[in-house]
Design a protein around this ligand. Structure first.
Ligand code: MTE
Length: 330
């Protein structure tokens, strides 16, 4: 199997077109700026990937974030372009073609918006979106997203750790799992009549997974609020799991003592397990999961990439699964 060394950049990006010393000095400066002023934080990725930046339409409301210091939160790989991130989507409520969500999700009304916290918590509460936006400092996180279908992207999200919210609502001793219920409104979502999945789209995590600092409650990407097709106004980004675990447009978070029945597990339990950790050694019954296609690299000579255990986040999350048989608990 081929292997790409992680040397930071793969193509003609500023590191290769600017004299190296100049570039490195600029990077140091940007790092310092990111540590200090929140407003300057986003310059990091701007310098890192001028091409992706150039493709950004700059039309949504800005949502800056300070560069995250959570271990593993910033991959150095080349960003997927804004155009690809926002036009090649899975959001079945708006259609099953990759281009459907960008075409159809304009009908999604993202304000007013509330997220209800229910179940095994000491402080159940209905949060207004504006309250959630202020709950914790916004961070920029650059995560790989690996879809179960065999493609991947690198996306600069804006949000904060889901654990920030969980801590505030104080799970009871009975809380073992967290269920994420997303919007299921046939008036706004043209494909809710289709029976590919049972609606609303539901996902779930074990409580300790949800508490891992890498589990992100995302409100934006590329320094702007989320486009509707990417799950506005609030979604999950759980980078070590297949993309379908990251529910879009969340309206309810319920703490439970039992493992939630998730939409994909319900639709095809033999194909989509509850855990769905990225694992190149456990194939999907109908295809291999050993390699992936990086969106934006699909030219004639583009090589497939080797998929990494836990999508490359093993150092951060591997201990969550110690002693588990990951072939059975896929
Ligand atoms: N959330 C909802 N509500 N509906 C969906 O169809 N698709 C999932 C996930 N979240 C989906 C969803 C899948 S399969 C993937 S790969 C990611 O969203 C894609 O996120 P992106 O379009 O922002 O890249």
């Amino acid at each position: 199997m081929h292997h790409r060394p992680n040397r930071g950049f793969d193509h003609a990006v500023p590191s290769e077109i600017t004299p190296r010393s100049v570039y490195e000095r600029r990077r140091e400066l940007l790092k310092l700026m990111a540590l200090g002023a929140g407003g300057a934080a986003l310059s990091g990725w701007v310098a890192r990937d001028a091409m992706a930046q150039a493709a950004r339409p700059n039309k949504l409301a800005p949502l800056p974030g300070t560069r995250s210091t959570v271990p593993g939160a910033i991959t150095m790989e080349k960003l997927t372009s804004y155009n690809d991130v926002t036009s090649y989507n899975n959001y079945y409520e708006f259609g099953t073609d990759k281009a459907d969500p960008a075409r159809n999700a304009g009908s999604l009304k993202t304000r007013p918006w509330t997220v209800a916290i229910e179940g095994e918590v000491k402080k159940p509460k209905v949060y207004d979106l504006d309250e959630l936006l202020k709950l914790a400092p916004m961070e920029e996180r650059i995560y790989r997203l690996r879809c179960v279908e065999g493609w991947s992207m690198v996306i600069p999200w804006v949000g904060y750790s889901l654990s920030e919210l969980i801590k505030r609502v104080e799970p009871t001793g009975n809380a073992k799992y967290v269920e994420f219920v997303t919007l299921g409104d046939a008036k706004q979502m043209p494909f809710l009549g289709s029976r590919v999945l049972s609606w609303p789209y539901v996902e779930g995590l074990r409580l300790d997974e949800a508490m891992n600092p890498l589990a992100l409650l995302a409100f934006g990407l590329y320094g702007e609020v989320l486009p509707n097709q990417n799950g506005a106004p609030v979604r999950l980004a759980v980078p070590w799991k297949y993309g379908f675990k990251s529910g879009k447009s969340i309206v309810k978070i319920r703490f439970t003592d039992k493992q939630p029945l998730t939409s994909w597990n319900h639709a095809a339990a033999q194909e989509y397990g509850f855990f769905s950790n990225v694992n190149p050694t456990v194939d999907h019954p109908r295809w291999s999961q050993a390699t992936e296609r990086r969106i934006g690299e699909d030219g004639l000579f583009a090589k497939k990439r080797a998929t990494l255990m836990f999508n490359g986040y093993e150092a951060q999350v591997g201990q969550l699964y110690a002693g588990m048989d990951l072939k059975k608990l896929f």
